[in-house]
Design a protein. Structure first.
Length: 166
């Protein structure tokens, strides 16, 4: 069964949205493992801080079906499509990796954000430190160690209550 890695983020009612997103993912995927939750400043625009994490799971769905499941969860969380790339998000769920597949369609894999955003690479390195990036052929831990902790990409782990009820 293919293993996937998923980026999850929010900066609008973020704690509730993150809990909702992860709970919804459990309906579609098996063996869900989540990283710590990280807080970071908005990148590319002025906005509230984001909460981000990465999850891994197993699936029998195709890439297109996984992408559609993510869009359904985002819609249920109140996300409206057509927003600017860098803007506030109720819930943003992206497929980072689908096994070791490299492709441009139906979506680009591996997702480029892995190599460019600390809020993706650090939690990915946390849950899959020895896994190799399918293009770079370097482990995620090694990629994180070489990342260079860019000044504009500060992030910090937070205590997150998964069981908190709304």
């Amino acid at each position: 069964m293919p293993k996937i890695y998923i980026s999850i983020g929010s900066n609008q009612d973020a704690e509730r949205q993150i809990r909702f997103g992860v709970e919804q993912l459990k309906y579609y995927f098996t063996d869900l493992v989540v990283s710590a939750v990280y807080e970071s400043e908005a990148v590319g625009f002025d906005g509230d801080n984001f909460l981000n994490l990465v999850a891994s799971a197993e699936t029998q769905l195709t890439i297109s079906q996984v992408d559609q499941a993510f869009k359904m969860i985002e819609r249920a969380a109140g996300r409206v499509r057509g927003e600017a790339k860098y803007s506030n998000r109720t819930l943003d769920i992206d497929l980072l990796l689908y096994d070791d597949l490299v492709c441009d369609k139906p979506i680009q894999l591996p997702r480029g954000e892995i190599l460019h955003h600390a809020f993706v690479l650090l939690p990915l390195a946390e849950i899959a430190p020895k896994a190799l990036h399918p293009v770079e052929k370097t482990s995620y831990q090694e990629l994180w160690d070489a990342f260079g902790k860019k000044e504009e990409q500060k992030l910090w782990a937070i205590d997150f209550e998964w069981s908190k009820t709304p």
